[in-house]
Structures are given as C-alpha cells and as structure tokens.
Design a protein around this ligand. Structure first.
Ligand code: ZN
Length: 88
C-alpha cells in the first residue's frame, strides 16, 4: 500500500493540491507573524478582499488581516489568550 502524508489525505478530501495548501499555510503564517509583531492594531474594513469571501479587516500599521469575528472581539477590547495564535 502506498504511504500517504497528511497533505495527500487533505488534498483528496478537499480537492486542493498540496502545493496550494502549502501556499495557503505560508500566507496564513505570514499573516499571524505580522499580527503578532504589531504593538498596536488599528483595523479598517478591507475593501480589496474578494466580495464573495467573508469580510476582512486590515491593520493600517502591520497590514495583517482578521475576519469579522476577531474584529468584533478586538473592538470590544478583548485580547486573545497568550499562545492562542499558532506560531509555526
Ligand atoms: Zn497591527
């Protein structure tokens, strides 16, 4: 039996190629790195995102993006628990 890695299995389930998943994972990690390094976020609605996708908010300082749910909590003054954002 052919040995499959996690990406192969996910690719079969989602129809997304391993290469595309690597690219998505890389951009997600880059976004978290930007957000984590920013001392003070000021989010504005991101009009550059695809209107077919969920609404995004972009920080004018670090250029990191978050979704509506995270934006709502951020604006309420809630902070993510330390270690909440994956680091690798
Ligand atoms: Zn920021």
């Amino acid at each position: 039996m052919e040995k499959k890695n996690g990406l192969d299995v996910l690719g079969e389930l989602t129809g997304i190629s391993g290469e595309d998943m690597r690219s998505i994972a890389t951009s997600v990690k880059a976004n978290f790195d930007k957000l984590n390094a920013c001392p003070y976020h000021e989010f504005k609605e991101d009009n550059t995102s695809n209107p077919a996708h969920r609404k995004q908010y972009r920080c004018i300082h670090c250029d990191g993006t978050i979704d509506q749910s995270r934006y709502t909590w951020h604006e309420k003054g809630r902070r993510a628990k330390p270690g909440y954002y994956p680091r690798s």
